[in-house]
Design a protein around this ligand. Sequence first.
Ligand code: SF4
Ligand code: SF4
Ligand code: SF4
Length: 368
Amino acid sequence: MEKLLVCSCAANDPYSLSSAYLLDNELDTVKAGVKKYADMIGASDIMYFLVEGSKSYGLEKEAFGQASPVMDNPYAIVQQLKGNLPRPMIQDDYVAEYEGKAVYVLTPEVAYNLAAPEKKKFVTINKGDKAEVKAVPYGTKLSEVVDAAGAKAILLGGLKGQFILPAKLGEYTTGDDILSGSVTIYGPEACMVVTTADLMNKTWMNSCNKCVLCRDGTYQVKSIMDDMPVGKSKAGDIDLLKDIAPLIKIGSYCPYGQNWPNTLLSALELFADEFDAHIKKKSCPAGVCFQAGATYIILPDKCTGCGDCVDACDYTAIEGKKKFIHMIDQQMCEHCGECVDSCDEEAIVKWEGKLPKLPKKLTKVGKF
Ligand code: SF4
Ligand code: SF4
Ligand code: SF4
């Protein structure tokens, strides 16, 4: 069967910019590496798979589709080329076919290293809202690539990586592994619960949904993590996360599901005190969550029970009925402040400090 070689530029996770960097800065070397690999495997055809919305590079054959961590898999590529969602197939003897050709895949970084005189790792360094890519020789200590002075935490390898403490950076070197693909630096101002919740939301969005443990596991983990920064977590949530993460690793079909739980488990281990503080004391050591002044209440002596505020709340956090004093459920309130302007009586306020006496159950206007 004839062979089609696809250079997948859509296989990075959101923490790595290496493919885009290589297309923009090292296109000739990438093309030379793709051609070299095509000759090595006897591929008659070459295609470049680019992320939807990116520019055309004028390459011989270009296709566009969504980026996904599974887009280094030939079957996932074929699925997108056929207009389906990207889903992998990893049996050793499975041949992914497209238009009668067996599909083979490589990434721009692998192609570059086939043609370049010296092997290089393209490390994406993320700090705050800035990201840069550094090209360094294989075997370089990450502590020589990244200045982590004053950092609190480092995420190596993005969605399929793990958290480490900055002091450990020198123990990792650049190479073919996932971990040295990106280094994300968090300063002392970062809340690791919020950071982990954000990561788990990205993890959930990037699951291809093919298998139950990764699909339902990412959703369950994301839901538990979403509750933590807003004080809705339950005792036992950490134990539950620690119980299900290893099961997801074992039962997931592809390397994505087998690796993403490492980010969660490493965060739970390294920042256990921060997680505990959020759950047991409803406090945030970094001062990000549970900020004083973020409590919205309805002043019972001003509320006329008109009901105008109920529809203003997208989180259904306001309860009440006509002629009854309305109340904000603090467990449901997301502190968005949208309800304040809906009240003509100016009964809804953002309150700082000790709360005044408020009704605990629905009470008729004038009876509190
Ligand atoms: S582990 Fe996740 S990403 Fe991999 S096939 Fe299963 S659902 Fe898809
Ligand atoms: S809080 Fe304001 S808008 Fe809501 S029921 Fe009371 S008076 Fe009406
Ligand atoms: S602050 Fe936002 S979430 Fe809270 S009650 Fe008002 S509208 Fe609802």
